[in-house]
Design a protein around this ligand. Structure first.
Ligand code: GLN
Ligand code: ZN
Length: 760
């Protein structure tokens, strides 16, 4: 039986709590200071508040089962009986789930990786040859029951089978192990069972999330969509099926999916255009769920435009429902808490709650005509006009400086010549040792920051304490015998926020928290206007550190791509243009550091991989502007100033050529877990500059032995000549304990000495 089409919905919602209630409860539960019942009560309250507020706002279909104690992909694995065998013996279901997510003293956690091109991390399901899928519907049924008690029109949401398998990884098999997607038919049978169960519960609509259909992760998506949804469509007793896609424009899989019996299809109309969708004849008779409200950025919707798009679509589909482009998991809860934001800019924004209102307004406009929402359209137009004409959106001097620098090309000489000049000036030993930037953010540091915020201490006292921390870190590195020192970054709350707070064109929120993974939340700054640097941002700290030692201290900056990736970025101009403006600010900082006598400057780009477009056809253009931005940021200094960069969090495969193109003098790169394979890949890409493949994993508290690090170095020397090899950990040390750091670095320096002796 086909359920009545809905008209206004969102694909999912934030769950960490408007004031991070879930985060706090989770952390207390993990620390053993509250009982399971108390955690569950917090979670139930949050779920109830979410469902009630969405219904009160006027949505006629409410997503449920979008709550998660940690991650929705892990929830799906649990629902499908696909948790790894190593947690199977844990009797308590919640503790079993948390063991898979976070590990225990004895059990390694599952891996975690970025959810498509967002900054949300999901848990990667492991499929072993022995994994037998079986339905475990307790969570979805419980959340449905809660929603029906509230009498809201609930629509359960689950990750679809194609996406689930595409994001899973095969483990424990022979080397020719089968790819997870080969198990599709087996898994679809479990989903069929789920559909029957939901039908028995009286569910009208179910949402299956299939973002993978609009990416190039799998190459035969049209066929997979056809096979899966033809089968699920044939299930005799089932709810109406809504297959949601997001994060990409819909191409070949859309007609295929539309030929199956599914009743509704969701398309992301922020990522892709309306015309392509309107031209698909197979959509006639389907409900098209039109994602016209941006679910992952913070800008207010242009209602006039969105309404026009909806009108265009309504001719081609059986019915049109208005929606966000994706779950609003990726934006903060609401603007309500933001009374400090510049009122003009506040009017340009829409967070989660405001987006729901936009959806409801548009649905009303679509049903009753534009006149019915005249007031809302007028307010939207006024906000858009105010944004367009705001003087902060264009900084002419910045724009003309960028074009003149870009036109005159890079001032730096060829890499070989730079290396020779730097060697002569810096006079470092072979296999120089260094660290990536941060040292442990101790309770004293975090306490000082909190006291500054609350007014307990003033700026002078805060700076005095930070300088004391810097002096400690310099002393420690000298004592350990490290060759190139860092100041330790105590003054930085976050490597992006620190810069955003000092640059024009950014603003900070008070309560704009977004889940990054598990209980971890971030508060991305909003990049709303042209970016400019009113004054130096790091120079005082770095020259203070340099004044304490004769060894070189690295200047430490965040690169333009990473600053963009971890902010909400303006959507009114190409990302490439915005990146160039950030790059110019960083460039000015490198020149100031050089003038102050700093000889080595590191520009971190850990998020280079993260912004890589999901469609391969868009990747080259991205990599070109990303590399251009990095080069703009780093080419203002002379050949004798050594530029470092740092990359982590990724499979570098697709971006390895771009890493070589960055042309940094020294690249430190995460490699401890990927066994130095990255060096061979770099060689294959023609990379011939210096490289520091991380010699130990900083994500774990484990202290690596000298011998183990020495082995890593010997292994690296097979791929890279000693003249080009650096010795460093995988990443910054800010999340580690001081004693672990000291012990690990002591072994790292000893290993470098040992291997130096072997080769000289
Ligand atoms: N310099 C930064 C640090 O050490 C780099 C962090 C990162 O790569 N994410 O903390
Ligand atoms: Zn890193």
């Amino acid at each position: 039986m086909t359920a009545t089409p809905f008209t206004a919905t969102i694909l999912g919602s934030p769950r960490i709590g408007p004031n991070r209630e879930l985060k706090r409860a989770l952390e207390k539960y993990w620390a053993g200071s509250i009982e399971r019942a108390e955690l569950e009560a917090v979670a139930a309250t949050l779920r109830r508040q979410t469902a009630e507020s969405l219904a009160a706002a006027g949505l006629d279909s409410i997503p449920v089962n979008t709550f998660s104690y940690y991650d929705h992909v892990l929830d799906t694995a649990a629902m499908l009986g696909a948790l790894p065998a190593r947690v199977a013996d844990i009797a308590d279901d919640l503790d079993r789930y948390f063991a898979a997510a976070r590990g225990t003293d004895e059990i390694a956690p599952l891996e975690m990786t970025k959810w498509f091109d967002t900054n949300y991390h999901y848990i990667v399901p492991e499929l072993a040859p022995g994994t037998r899928f079986s339905l475990n519907p307790a969570k979805v049924l419980a959340e449905l029951k809660e929603a029906s008690a509230l009498d809201v029109p609930a629509r359960p949401v689950v990750v679809g089978p194609i996406t689930f398998l595409a994001l899973s990884k095969a483990v424990d098999g022979p080397s020719n192990m089968i790819a997870p997607i080969e198990r599709l038919d087996e898994l679809v049978a479990v989903y069929a069972e789920l559909l029957q169960l939901l039908a028995d519960e009286g569910v009208g609509w179910v949402q299956l999330d299939e973002p993978v259909l609009v990416t190039d992760i799998l190459d035969n998506v049209a066929e997979l969509a056809d096979r899966t949804y033809a089968t699920l469509g044939r299930v005799a007793r089932r709810p109406s099926l809504f297959v949601a896609t997001y994060f990409g424009e819909f191409t070949d899989a859309l007609p295929a999916l539309a030929r199956t019996p599914v009743e509704a299809i969701g398309v992301d109309l922020v990522a892709g255009g309306v015309s392509a969708v309107a031209a698909v004849p197979e959509l006639a008779g389907k409900t098209l769920v039109a994602g016209v409200v941006d679910g992952r950025n913070v800008w207010r919707t242009d209602l006039e435009n969105a309404l026009a798009a909806l009108a265009k679509l309504s001719g081609s589909a059986g019915s049109v429902a208005v929606s966000t482009s994706c779950s609003t998991l990726h934006v903060p809860y609401s603007l309500d808490a933001e009374d400090d934001i510049d009122p003009a800019v506040r009017g340009w924004l829409a967070f989660g709650a405001e987006k729901v209102t936009e959806v409801v307004t548009l649905a009303r406009g679509l049903r009753d005509g534009r006149d019915a929402i005249e007031a809302e359209v007028a307010a939207s137009n006024a906000a858009i006009a105010s944004r367009r004409s705001d003087p902060r959106l264009t900084n002419k001097p910045v724009r003309s400086r960028i074009s003149s620098i870009t036109a005159s090309g890079s001032q730096r000489g060829p890499a070989q010549a730079r290396r020779a000049a730097q060697n002569e000036r810096l006079n470092l030993p072979l296999l120089p040792t260094t660290t990536i930037g941060s040292y442990p953010q101790t309770p004293a540091i975090r306490g000082a920051r909190a006291q500054l915020r609350s007014g307990k201490i003033d700026r002078t006292e805060y700076e005095r304490r930070m300088k004391a921390e810097i002096a400690d870190v310099i002393r420690l590195q000298e004592e350990l015998g490290i060759d190139v020192l860092v100041h330790g970054e105590p003054e930085r709350n976050d490597m992006v926020q620190y810069f955003a707070e000092q640059l024009d064109g950014f603003l900070a929120t008070q309560n704009g928290w977004v889940q990054s993974y598990g209980s971890r939340c971030v508060r991305p700054p909003i990049l709303f206007g042209d970016v400019a640097r009113p004054k130096p941002m790091t120079v005082d700290w770095i020259i203070y550190a340099q004044s304490l030692t004769d060894k070189p201290v690295k200047g430490m900056l965040t690169g333009p791509v990473t600053i963009l990736a971890w902010s909400f970025v303006r959507d009114d101009q190409p990302l490439a243009d915005t990146a160039a403006q950030v790059a110019l600010a960083i460039r000015d900082e490198t020149v100031d550091l050089q003038t102050a006598g700093i000889t080595i400057i590191q520009v971190d780009e850990p998020a280079l991989r993260e912004l890589l477009p999901l469609r391969s056809k868009d990747q080259d253009a991205y990599l070109k502007w990303a590399v251009d931005a990095f080069r703009l940021a780093t080419s203002g200094v002379s050949d004798t100033t050594q530029i470092h960069t740092h990359l982590c969090y990724s499979e570098f495969g697709e971006i390895i050529g771009a890493i070589a193109d960055l042309d940094a003098d020294v690249t430190s790169i995460e490699a401890a877990r990927s066994h130095m394979e990255v060096l061979d890949d770099l060689n294959a890409a023609g990379f011939a500059n210096s490289v520091g493949p991380g010699v130990y994993d900083i994500h774990s508290p484990r202290v690596p032995s000298t011998e183990e690090i020495a082995d890593k170095l010997r292994e690296a020397l097979r791929a890279v000549p000693a003249e080009r090899l650096w010795v460093n950990p995988d990443c910054g040390l800010k999340t580690r304990q001081p004693d672990e750091v000291t012990a690990s670095l002591r072994n790292m320096v000893a290993a470098a000495h040992q291997v130096r002796a072997e080769i000289s």
